[in-house]
Write a protein that binds this ligand. Structure first.
Ligand code: ZN
Ligand code: ZN
Length: 267
């Protein structure tokens, strides 16, 4: 009886205040668990059918072609075992990720977290993980600029995968320069040896999921993976909302659309 009454109350509240899409503000489908309307889900997940390299996360045909590594993998040997991006840093996902940097956009960040959790669950190649961590913000930057969108994304992933989220597992030993202002080589040098496992965390034999909002060179996630591996973690996967595109990635998009067109033409 009480359950029926609360359902009725919920329906009445929804009728009076229909849930708004966290991206466009339009009405969402009733009971939608992502907080987004159908149109925004398809626009944000525009790359849902794209094939990303399991090892470095760039758009690649290596998985389709059955190759274990892509040409980009030859340039960098990442210390994480696996990476799953939601999409490329472009179009509506790009806009969403820029917006989630603002504190009041945490509902949108949560929606991205739900979508990324679903992507992880669909990816058969990702091994089960024990807990979720994020790349911390240097404390001074956190005080000056507040929280970022990464925490709500990670929280939602942990909730959906039913595993714990440890926001303080890692910390910076020293201040680092802003990665976006640096070149590829400078970025690796900037974060090298700068992350540390926080006291009280035992990751021996653990399988860890590192969550980040955007990835460009992957230097920071690589450094985080190295810290966990050094402390005995057996598996480190990375989930990233947006993988920044580079020239190679754009080449791969062209290549893929050309392949699709020739496949259609051949039929
Ligand atoms: Zn919408
Ligand atoms: Zn690769």
């Amino acid at each position: 009886m009480r359950h029926a009454l609360s359902n009725l109350m919920g329906a009445a509240v929804e009728l009076l205040f229909p849930p708004e899409c966290t991206f466009c503000g339009g009405q969402t489908e009733s009971q939608d668990h992502t907080g987004l309307c159908g149109e925004c889900i398809s626009e944000i997940c525009i790359d849902s059918d794209a094939e990303f390299c399991d090892h470095c996360g760039v758009l690649s045909l290596s998985t389709v072609l059955g190759l274990s590594k892509c040409p980009e993998c030859d340039k960098r040997n990442f210390r994480f075992d696996h990476i799953v991006p939601l999409g490329l840093f472009r179009s509506q996902l790009r806009e969403a990720m820029i917006r989630t940097k603002q504190f009041h956009e945490s509902p949108l960040a949560r929606s991205i977290g739900v979508l990324l959790a679903e992507r992880l669950q669909k990816k058969q190649t990702v091994q089960p993980v024990d807990f979720v961590v994020t790349i911390p913000k240097y404390w001074l930057r956190r005080v000056l600029k507040g929280s970022t969108g990464t925490a709500p994304i990670a929280e939602e992933i942990a909730k959906n995968l039913r595993i714990p989220y440890f926001p303080h597992a890692l910390h910076w030993k020293r201040n680092i320069r802003k990665q976006s202002l640096l070149s590829v080589t400078e970025r690796s040098r900037n974060v090298r040896g700068a992350l540390e496992l926080s006291r009280g965390f035992d990751v021996q034999d653990a399988s860890v999921l590192v969550v980040d909002d955007t990835m460009t060179t992957g230097a920071t996630c690589d450094e985080a993976a190295a810290v966990f591996k050094r402390h005995g973690a057996k598996y480190v996967a990375v989930a990233v909302a947006a993988r920044a595109s580079n020239l190679d990635t754009l080449d791969a998009i062209d290549l893929k659309s050309n392949l699709n067109q020739s496949a259609v033409g051949a039929m």
